[in-house]
Design a protein around this ligand. Sequence first.
Ligand code: PLP
Length: 344
Amino acid sequence: MIRNDIKALAAYHVQDATGLIKLDAMENPYPLPDALRREWAGIIGSLNINRYPDPDMRELRRAIAERDGLNADQVLLGNGSDEIIQMLLIAADHGPCVVPRPTFVMYGMISRWLKRPVAAVPLDGDFSLNAEAFLRVCAREKAGIAFLACPNNPTGNMWPRDTIRHIADNFRGLLVIDEAYRPFADETHVDMIAPHVIVLRTYSKLGLAGLRLGYALGHPDTIGEINKVRLPYNISSAGQASAAFFVEHFGIFEEQAEKIRHERDRLATALAAMEAVETYPSQANFLLLRVPDADAVFGSLMQRGVLVKNLHPEGGLLENCLRVTIGLPEENDRFLNALKEALA
Ligand SMILES: Cc1ncc(COP(=O)(O)O)c(C=O)c1O
């Protein structure tokens, strides 16, 4: 009845965060300002929810495209960028999906659902990416698609532009540059868009995780082809109206992202002063740390009311690693104190 390879999979696990300071999922900790929330509620209240949503979303796509100096036909919208990853893996040419290891788990997971083989190229010990090694695996495997998260999750680092440019210039399949953490990073790769190069973005990390809105930016012809595997009405009326409203108030989210970047640097400095902790450079809204015993530290942080992500079970380069999302200043202080106690 159900495919054996699906039966063998573990479902995506989300840790229960009830009563805990939630620093595990890269959410923006700042709530919507009250005035904005009221205005938004009015818009949602006036929707004709008995009708199907706009299937084409041209106006919303235009507003999103404009922010990057692009046109509406260069934007594809998804129910979170996860849905776009799925569309890309459905539409790309046959051939394995090549990813660095470690990276965002959904690239591999969705590939397996779709019976697309996955080839992983290990990062170096400092999480740097060897472009030649990556291209060698792509050529050897006859890859159909490759994903590079820039900055990478869960490591937080940004690979040099030259590395990405070299891969973009020499890869023959579809290259997806995933900029989920763009609001916290110094640069974008939008200028590398080409018929075989797509840039992926999301509003999830910016303060709208509950909205589930992601988008791909690309060449109009490629976007047009991928659009053929988009489910009709994949963005609800509420999602479309909310996104159109929030795009107009983008400045608020950008200000919050700036505060988060500032907090990230403060937290990184405080962690660098802790002898038992190794912290890695990050251009995202989280930090990757290595501690002497990640399982034990994760457990003691939980007991002290702080939930982070324990990456130790993934092994390899992530042995004894924890990933902490940047929270409100007081939440970050609670985390720092709890970590000091856990390590004492
Ligand atoms: C690199 C990367 N891409 C995509 C996503 C998925 O984001 P969304 O919430 O838009 O599905 C994440 C979420 O953690 C991520 O880390």
